[in-house]
Design a protein around this ligand. Structure first.
Ligand SMILES: [Zn+2]
Ligand SMILES: [Zn+2]
Ligand SMILES: [Zn+2]
Length: 421
């Protein structure tokens, strides 16, 4: 995560909506990935989920036709706020969601549905389980479901212990589920998926294996023995899709942490810059990435190997558990390199598409400037614990059904304190 400053010089956190020093209203502007002052003559306004419910600190340009920010336009179903406690749980979910999205936006990965997109839109629903209605966190063809109760610290801690998952966080959930979305985008809906599927199968296994049976077997028999030799987590052994999602989440986890380290100017430890922990030869990939040298990925992993013991010690000094309880085996390094190459592949495609759009743009302005972004289609979702969100839609056209109004927030979420306070 980047290190932000207010115009008054005070440090700001990514989550801040107010500078506690000069009292300016501030927010995060995704287009430039920076903090902005909001209101007045600034040309910026708050996302409606921020101004109405205090659960979003992202801002949008005043001339933007949408009332929600990029992150909130993905919400298909939000919690029923008339139920006590739901606002707080939803707020925690939104904090984790924005962090996960910040990383993928930084990489320039597609998030909002664009004209001509053949992939189903990325959407989110936050559901509360009811007696007789279980909610499983998961992904299904673009739609990510989050069990709202995972935002309850006591419940998540109980699940973490009972499922024997040393690392179980809200941010981790979002990263993992986004991994499923990009898998589906790149290996299922991309007409050129055939170029990369054989490599995926060679590294992660054949995803055509029966998922239901794999799930049943995992919970009945536990993970495969010695999973540490080739996987990042026990859950990765469940199915190749889960191995991808877990490794993907780990890629984002390392890259985000390294960005934070760099942005705060933290020094690598002297004398511990061993660049040979991870073997170059073992990180080489099958076609179509056989010519891609793993140097960039390995530099990042060596930096991480240099810093993560210090981070663990720091956490222990502060009375917490290890923050980075992972071991990177050679097959995991290779899979991380594959994910790195898939991200670069997407970036190349996006640049190509942008260049094409520029060439085909006419003097009248068609295709120039902001690409027209269609709001995601909203279907009727049966949701026992939630309300249909009007997410993304600008003031509804006269012919459409009016969005279901949501009750006012019962409380204003706390401002994260700046480091200087
Ligand atoms: Zn300030
Ligand atoms: Zn928002
Ligand atoms: Zn999964």
């Amino acid at each position: 995560m980047n290190h932000f400053f207010c115009s008054c010089g005070n440090e700001l956190y990514f989550e801040n909506s107010k500078c506690l020093c000069c009292q300016s209203e501030v927010g995060f502007y995704a287009e430039t990935r920076s903090m902005h002052v909001v209101g007045g003559e600034t040309g910026m306004r708050r996302c409606a989920n921020g101004s109405e419910f205090g659960v979003c600190n992202w801002v949008i340009a005043k001339d933007n036709p949408y009332i929600y920010c990029t992150a909130c336009r993905l919400n298909l179903v939000v919690p029923d706020l008339s139920r006590p406690g739901n606002l707080e749980l939803w707020g925690k979910m939104e904090v984790a969601k924005r962090r996960a999205l910040h990383t993928v936006l930084t990489y320039g990965l597609p998030v909002l549905q664009e004209e001509g997109d053949v992939c189903p839109p990325l959407l989110l629903q936050f559901l509360l389980p009811d007696p007789g209605c279980q909610v499983m966190t998961g992904h299904d063809d673009g739609l990510i479901t989050l069990n709202l109760l995972e935002a309850d610290d006591a419940i998540r801690e109980h699940n973490r212990k009972s499922l024997n998952e040393p690392y179980r966080t809200l941010l981790g959930h979002f990263r993992h589920e986004l991994g499923h979305y990009y898998w589906s985008r790149w290996f299922e809906h991309d007409p050129a998926a055939g170029e990369v599927l054989p490599a995926f199968r060679e590294l992660f296994g054949d995803e055509r294996a029966d998922y239901g049976r794999a799930l049943q077997s995992y919970y009945a028999n536990g993970p495969e023995p010695d999973w540490q030799l080739s996987r990042i987590s026990a859950y990765s052994t469940m199915h190749p899709w889960e191995d991808w999602a877990e490794t993907w989440a780990h890629y984002l986890y390392i890259m985000d942490a390294l960005e934070t380290i760099k942005s705060f100017g933290l020094q690598m430890r002297k004398g511990r810059a061993d660049q040979s922990i991870f073997s170059k030869e073992k990180a080489l990939l099958p076609a179509p990435f056989e010519k891609k040298a793993p140097d960039e990925m390995l530099v990042a992993l060596h930096r991480w190997a240099n810093m993560s013991p210090a981070i663990n010690e720091l956490a222990l000094s502060l009375g917490h558990d290890h923050l980075a309880p992972f071991v990177l085996s050679a097959p995991v390094v290779k899979k991380l390199h594959f994910i790195h190459c898939m991200i670069e592949r997407q970036q190349a495609k996006t640049s190509e598409a942008k260049a094409k759009a520029k060439v085909s743009s006419t003097p009248s302005g068609a295709g120039s400037g902001q690409p027209p972004v269609k709001p995601a289609q909203r279907g009727t979702v049966s949701n026992p614990g939630g309300t249909m969100s009007p997410s993304g839609l600008a003031p509804a056209p006269a012919t459409s059904t009016a969005p279901v109004p949501m009750p006012a927030p019962a409380q204003t979420p706390m401002q994260p304190q700046t480091a200087s306070r």
